[in-house]
Write a protein that binds this ligand. Structure first.
Ligand SMILES: C[S@@+](CC[C@H](N)C(=O)[O-])C[C@H]1O[C@@H](n2cnc3c(N)ncnc32)[C@H](O)[C@@H]1O
Length: 304
């Protein structure tokens, strides 16, 4: 289903990998609820006695989906929280194990278009927090981080060439005034790289994405959710991840590979279901250009 909130990426593929047809009664988790399109399709595909736990950090996603998924209120439990806490959230909901989890990482279109700081296309406060209760926002990073910490962010998360040049320019700006808005930041980039009217969109996207990853601690949360999901996943349960950044994809790929060998007899392991990473079709990318960097990987838990 296409909502104004977010156009889902690889929707049918993700949900068909998530639901193991051999299992009758599911306890599934949608760790990145967003506009609820994944959750809607999942609810329509599972038995009436199955349950779906829906998690999102962002209060807007929670409010929006509580309304649009009301018809499934007997099957779903919607929780505002961090997917890194999936074990605690599931236990609190009364479930010690789950039969699958899907993570569609990154940002929803709503966050990009309506919330502060995520987009370089309009002038807003440099916030970038998916969870507005968390302490760290983008302007704090730009105003307070040391030069080497800034370089690490742009180099590691944005693969920005000669990232030290950008961090130097940020520090120089701070002597004159504080960063408050996206325009303050863009002007510094524009001046440093001598961009005239047309700003290189790809370059700006990388810089903004790097800052967003740091603000929301996205890579650490991904590592934590994979570990916790593996702990609570039942035999035959599936882990499905759609990522949009090469570092995220590497974390998923390595996690699946490292856990695909049984450490000892009777222990759980992962059977990799996607020998090759799955990407959206040409038609999907044509219809939704934001899907172009998506990569899907799936694995199934097996007991000895
Ligand atoms: C790409 S959207 C998901 C779209 C969704 N699949 C749909 O069908 O509409 C990603 C969502 O994940 C949420 N998110 C990102 N990191 C999170 C985390 N660590 N914990 C919980 N939610 C997170 C974001 O707030 C956003 O709403």
């Amino acid at each position: 289903m296409v909502t104004e909130y977010h156009i889902p990426v690889l929707l049918n593929t993700a949900v068909s990998y998530l639901i193991n047809p051999v299992i009758q009664k599911h306890i599934l988790v949608d760790g990145t609820l967003g506009g609820g399109s994944y959750s809607r399709l999942i609810c329509g595909s599972i038995s009436d006695d199955s349950k779906l736990i829906c998690i999102d950090k962002d209060i807007h996603a929670i409010e929006f989906t509580t309304k649009v998924l009301a018809e499934y209120k007997n099957k779903i439990l919607i929780r505002q929280g961090n997917f890194a806490d999936v074990k605690q959230i599931s236990t609190d909901a009364g479930f010690d194990s789950i039969t699958g989890i899907v993570l569609d990482l990154g940002l929803s279109s709503y966050q990009l278009n309506e919330e502060s700081g995520f987009s370089f296309m309009k002038n807003t406060v440099l916030d970038m927090r998916a969870d507005k209760d968390s302490e760290l926002d983008a302007k704090t990073i730009l105003n307070e981080y040391r030069e080497n910490e800034l370089t690490d962010i742009f180099e590691n998360y944005g693969e920005v060439a000669k990232a030290g040049r950008l961090s130097k320019a940020i520090i120089e700006h701070r002597y004159k005034s504080k960063f408050e808005t996206t325009d303050d930041f863009i002007k510094v980039i524009q001046r440093e790289y001598d961009f005239k009217k047309d700003m290189p969109v790809k370059f700006l996207s990388k810089i903004f994405q790097a800052l967003r990853i740091a603000v929301n601690d996205e890579l650490n949360d991904l590592k934590k959710v994979l570990e916790s999901s593996f702990e609570i996943i039942a035999d035959g349960g599936r882990i499905v991840v759609i990522s949009y950044h090469s570092l995220e994809d590497r974390i998923v790929k390595n996690f699946f590979r490292d856990n695909s060998v049984k450490k000892s007899e009777g222990k759980k392991a992962l059977k990799i279901l996607t020998k090759k990473v799955i990407m959206p079709s040409y038609e999907e990318v044509k219809m939704n250009s934001k899907s172009r960097s998506a990569k899907l990987r799936a694995a199934e838990a097996v007991l000895a």
